[in-house]
Design a protein around this ligand. Structure first.
Ligand code: ATP
Length: 322
């Protein structure tokens, strides 16, 4: 252990702490110790238990986790449909805890777009694809109600439908389209007001694997061509495997994340994708070890720690019988 710091050292530490940028200062989405408690029939359920998550502008990332881990709760908060119990959540500079009902409505219209699993939840059944895409633009009313504004909205709707390769569906109502076409139109609807963030909760859950791949391509197109930040909750390993960053949620907290990067072999020019798993370390120093690791070494209750020059070793408790 180090000796007691001098007064000058303490003053230096205070200055360094003060000058350190705030947590998530450069992130588009910041969740800081986010808590959501539900009370049902007098029983409290802690759906989010101090979740930390940072998403940078321009990312395309996936959230995965077992059923009940808190993914939908998090998405509903980020979508502005639900409010957290405690902690902090900011998206594109908006504080999700302190927003008024009016701010929340503007936030849902202007800052986030969302695509849900149930195709029926995304589109109005009595409107055509093009009308579904122009509706959020009309509701936001950014261009006014003149004829030229309506023409500009219709042109943007067609551009988006073309970008997502469903322009041929523009005059069709949802029941006249396949599930995959409906989801691509739903992505166009979500993008209509040029949101900073596109949120999708199991968007491929009702689709076969080939169609799911097309939907994922549509998200990638939105991310690459429009620069929209995309967060997708998915059970689909194929989708999770396609993104650079997959964050796992366990028991209402972010636990591990997998980062993938391409490596090109200098000799052959062959490109391979290398994946590496990381654990989240929160500001209190808490770390969640993957269950399969702790099970493999029969670790529970207590582990032995050793600080090495370049790593920390975590070993099974060896104190038994000593
Ligand atoms: N409105 C609610 N009232 C009470 N409990 C709720 C409510 N919404 C969610 N929960 C509980 O919160 C926990 C997290 O639920 P959530 O729906 O966020 O999980 P999930 O990871 O999205 O699961 P799934 O993959 O099955 O959709 C669960 O224990 C759930 O039962």
């Amino acid at each position: 252990m180090t000796s007691n710091p001098t007064l000058a050292e303490l003053a230096d530490r205070v200055t360094a702490d003060r000058d350190r940028p705030a947590y998530g200062h450069d992130a588009l989405i910041t969740c800081d110790r986010l808590v959501r408690v539900f009370t049902a029939d007098g029983v409290e359920v802690q759906a989010l238990q101090g979740l930390d998550l940072l998403v940078r502008e321009g990312e395309l990332m996936a959230l995965v986790g077992a059923s009940g881990s808190g993914k939908s709760t998090l998405m509903n908060i980020l979508a502005g449909l639900d409010a957290p119990t405690a902690g902090a959540a900011r998206v594109a500079g908006r504080d999700l805890l302190t927003m008024t009902a009016g701010d929340r409505l503007a936030y849902r219209r202007e800052v986030v777009g969302f695509v849900w699993q149930q195709t029926s939840r995304n589109l109005l059944p009595y409107l055509t694809a093009a009308q579904n895409v122009t509706l959020p633009m009309r509701l936001a009313g950014r261009r006014g109600r003149s004829r030229s504004a309506r023409r500009a909205d219709a042109a943007r709707a067609l551009e988006l439908l073309e970008l997502l390769e469903v322009a041929d569906c523009r005059g069709r109502r949802p029941h006249e389209m396949s599930g995959g076409q409906q989801q691509r139109v739903a992505i166009a609807v979500a993008l209509s007001n040029d949101p900073s963030v596109l949120l999708a909760d199991e968007p491929t859950g009702e689709l076969d694997s080939h169609t799911a791949e097309q939907i994922f391509t549509a998200f990638r197109t939105a991310n690459e061509r429009l620069g929209t930040t995309v967060v997708i909750v998915t059970h689909d390993q194929a989708v999770a495997g396609e993104v650079r960053r997959t964050v796992a949620i366990r028991d209402g907290r972010t636990s591990t994340e997998v980062l993938r990067r391409s490596e090109v072999d200098a000799a052959t020019g062959h490109e391979t994708v290398v994946a590496r798993e990381y654990a989240m370390l929160d500001r209190a120093g808490r770390l969640q070890l993957p269950a399969e690791y702790t099970k493999a070494l029969r670790m529970r209750d207590r582990v032995a720690l050793e600080l090495e020059p370049d790593h920390i070793a975590v070993r099974p408790d060896d104190s038994e019988g000593r």
